[in-house]
Write a protein that binds this ligand. Structure first.
Ligand code: 13P
Length: 282
């Protein structure tokens, strides 16, 4: 088991694999423990913003080490890098997949940067995810105000001129907490899936989507679902609740353990739904 690429992990079962954002040792351990309890593969990811903070190379190293020791397949993934340099940094740290996010660029520029990263990554056996269209919302402090839905007419050209292992789509999904009820354009997803054929499709902005929306997405071909905000919410709520039970102890031993346990439970439930549970809602 242990460390596997994105290409490999998305072939293990015919549902979708959950990808969860991590920020430190305890959230990373919680994500892997949740996957081990479920007996299912998991994608452990960190955004380029958090990875580039001072001292956080160590978080990357911990992620790789935990993946190697896990009893289930784990892909260690760099999420949303807009630059080549951070992709190389992740590859040097031992990550098994990187995302080059050229969604803010023109189609031609997106193809060019995606190919530059893919050439370097795949030569070293590392998978690559790209994005076409752009998501609105806040991702680790960075805000994108205007969503740009994935244009199906761009998909064929993009996939014809690149060699990516996964494609993130924008179909009404957004990063962070949704304002009001999220609405996903499943017709657009179906059209894209008809064009993308064997290239796995990725759904970002998983926090706040309903089980019915996840189920429909997986049915139409989504193979990876990203969850970020829910990890932070679960972790911080467990932190506050455990601290408030005995404020004067400032318990740096038990509070992180409680956070880890809460994250593991959330991850297990989501992984089970994405792998199998979705079928009951179809
Ligand atoms: P959420 O924070 O909305 O769950 O999105 C996470 C994500 O898509 C990371 O790429």
């Amino acid at each position: 088991m242990g460390l596997v690429t994105l290409k490999e992990i998305l072939k293990i079962h015919d549902g979708a694999v959950g990808a969860f954002s991590t920020y430190d040792q305890y959230s990373a351990q919680g994500i892997i423990e949740g996957a081990e309890e479920a007996g299912l593969p998991v994608i452990l990811m960190i955004g380029s913003g958090p990875l580039n903070k001072p001292g956080n190379d160590y978080v990357g190293q911990i992620m790789v080490q935990l993946a190697k020791e896990a009893s289930v397949p784990v892909c260690v993934f760099l999420d949303h890098s807009k630059d080549y340099k951070t992709c190389l940094k992740a590859i040097k740290l031992g990550f098994s997949a990187v995302m080059i996010d050229g969604s803010h660029l023109s189609l031609e520029e997106n193809i060019a940067i995606t190919n530059k990263v893919t050439e370097a990554a795949q030569a070293l056996g590392v998978s690559v995810e790209a994005e076409l269209g752009a998501l609105a919302g806040i991702e680790d402090g960075e805000e994108v105000k205007q969503a740009k839905m994935t244009d199906p007419t761009h998909v064929e050209e993009f996939l014809g001129k690149t060699d990516v292992d996964g494609l993130a789509v924008s179909i009404g999904n957004a990063h962070g907490l949704y304002k009001g009820e999220p609405k996903l354009d499943f017709e657009r997803l179906q059209t894209i899936a008809g064009i993308s054929q064997d290239v796995p499709l990725i759904l970002h902005g998983g926090t706040g989507l309903t089980l019915a929306q996840f189920a429909k997405g997986v049915e139409l071909g989504i193979k990876k679902i990203n969850i970020g905000t829910e990890v932070k919410k679960t972790y911080i709520e467990a932190f506050i609740n455990t601290h408030e039970k005995n404020v004067s102890s400032y318990d740096m031993v038990e509070i992180p353990q409680a956070c880890k346990k809460a994250v593991a439970k959330m991850v297990k439930e989501n992984l089970e739904f994405f792998a199998n549970g979705w079928r009951k809602l179809i």
